[in-house]
Design a protein around this ligand. Structure first.
Ligand code: UN1
Length: 512
């Protein structure tokens, strides 16, 4: 069994600590409302966290703004060194933080540890990046002139993160934002405040050891109203938001209304195309992990399989057999494959989607149900299910954050690609094939319209080195690796005249 009190103690998170609501800066209003934290694993009430009031929020942003004035003057490689030390601290706390994430959020312990590994990886990436924030030198059309561009920090970056990756997605944003010279104000999901508090305690320790301003990393705990404050606040130069498309549209509108910058990483409706030339031995575990991993609550979870008619029946039979072997239960027990959904509201959405699917003509090969009895007392454990559907059913067009897998049949590859693309979302996609023409067609301009397109691996489990995000209702933002850092900085074009003349661009004559 997991000793959660001991884990919280080692992570320096006290069971009731008002300072959580605003990180290590100042407590929330005395006697203010609390956010209760329940574990979906066993339904236990773990702790309560103080909710930040509007006044707390404003104090935090003032503190962050003040810290920015110091942090932007620290050379980028020295900022990288701080992020490297944060990564070292995460290595030391990996087991505890991974277990806390697993217990608070309900994902398997392996996936909780994997999430902390993603944090460590992005710290390594950001440390190297801190010496590579390159601008270009550009040939000037004027004699005696030099033109170049450089990248400067933006200011305060607001990070809104979701329950499903309660720590990793914050770290992708924060680690990159910090080496770029920004300070961060984090509003985590109100469903996972303890994992957030633990991260804040770890980074606060690193900052304190170096005598750096605590406002470099800020935490505000709360719900939608707090997110709205952040989105509408002109002091927040960039809002990076991860979550539902509904939330993203509201954030985007509020940020755009003040002409601020945003990075949006929203819903996915990810498909895997399994062609006649697929290696079914790898397609099977890829599909099953993609669909049931994290209980179907990843943005990148596999929700649709588009299978060639010639292998449809054979693959279907293997899939149904594999689902029969899934062990559902306590995610901290490594013998189990599938843990609980985040809360009972999510169970309600799962049941509603199943009902809608049946009503719209879907046929269930593996039926879903809510599990009860020993080990399932939280009421959040559900059976992963599989339905045969037609692509245009409204429920198949929607993202349901639950382990419901839709099966469709196709004859011609371009038809499969069309089915894949004809949903509002555009995050992740995969093709399983050993045929070069099929793979390249899928990756071409006429192929997958998603931000992530994979060959012979599943839709979930992206590495941090690539840019992460997607198109259409997924929001268009890119986080994590590649050159995603550019969205966290402002580009400045500089032209320097070292001649004794003043030639104008475009050859314009202006004689005084
Ligand atoms: C998310 O679900 O919000 O690619 C992020 C993956 C993980 C990140 C998912 N590395 O599945």
């Amino acid at each position: 069994t997991t000793d959660i009190a001991a884990i919280l103690g080692r992570l320096a998170v006290a069971p009731i600590n008002p300072a959580w609501s605003t990180g290590n800066i100042s407590g929330p209003s005395e006697g203010g409302p609390l956010i209760a934290c329940f574990s979906p694993v066993d339904g236990a009430h773990i702790a309560a966290v103080g909710e930040a009031s509007a006044a707390d929020y404003h104090a935090v942003v003032a503190k962050a703004t003040e810290a920015f004035a110091t942090w932007r003057e620290v050379p980028a490689p020295r900022r990288g060194e701080i992020v490297r030390q944060f990564g070292e601290a995460l290595r030391r706390h990996k087991d505890d933080l991974g277990a806390l994430v697993s217990y608070e959020m309900g994902k398997s312990l392996q996936e909780g540890l994997g999430e902390v590994q993603e944090m460590i990886d992005i710290c390594d990436f950001a440390t190297g990046l801190s010496r590579q924030l390159y601008g270009l030198t550009i040939a000037s059309e004027r004699p005696g002139h030099r033109m170049y561009e450089q990248w400067h920090p933006l200011g305060v970056v607001g990070i809104i993160s979701a329950f499903n990756f309660p720590v990793a997605v914050w770290s992708w944003n924060a680690a990159i934002a910090w080496v770029c010279g920004n300070v961060c104000v984090w509003k985590p999901s109100e469903k996972t405040p303890l994992s957030a508090a633990a991260c804040q305690a770890i980074i606060a320790g690193v900052l304190a050891r170096h005598g750096l301003p605590e406002g470099i990393s800020c935490l505000v705990q709360g719900g939608r109203a707090l997110g709205e404050l952040l989105a509408g606040d002109p002091r927040i130069a960039l809002v990076s938001a991860t979550g539902s498309t509904r939330m993203g549209k509201a954030v985007a509108a509020a940020v755009a209304a003040r002409l601020g910058k945003s990075i949006l990483e929203l819903g996915g409706n990810n498909a895997m195309i399994i062609t006649a030339h697929a290696d079914l031995d790898i397609a099977l575990p890829a599909a099953v992990f993609g669909a049931v991993g994290t209980a179907g609550q990843r943005c990148t979870s596999t929700r649709r399989l588009i299978i060639h008619a010639s292998v449809y029946d054979a693959f279907k039979a293997r899939l149904v057999r594999a689902y029969g072997q899934l062990r559902i239960g306590n995610p901290l027990d490594e013998a189990n494959h599938v843990g609980p959904l985040i809360d009972r509201a999510a169970v309600g959405s799962y049941l509603a989607a199943i009902a809608a699917c049946e009503e719209q003509g879907g046929h269930f090969l593996v039926k879903g149900e809510v599990l009860s009895g020993e080990g399932y007392a939280s009421g959040c454990y559900v059976r992963p299910c599989i339905a045969e559907v037609s692509p245009d059913m409204p429920i198949v067009q929607a993202e349901t954050f639950a382990p419901i897998l839709y099966l469709m049949k196709y004859e011609i590859l371009d038809e499969a690609i069309r089915i894949q693309n004809e949903v509002p979302q555009g995050l992740s996609s995969a093709i399983m094939t050993l045929n070069l023409r099929e793979a390249e067609r899928f990756l071409s301009a006429g192929g997958s319209d998603c931000g992530i397109a994979n060959v012979n691996i599943g839709t979930s489990g992206a590495e941090i080195g690539g840019a992460f995000g997607g198109e259409k209702e997924t929001g268009g933002g890119r986080e994590s690796g590649s050159d995603a850092w550019k969205a966290y900085m402002r580009r400045q074009t500089n032209t320097i005249n070292y001649s004794d003349k003043l030639p104008l661009a475009q050859g314009i004559k202006f004689n005084l």
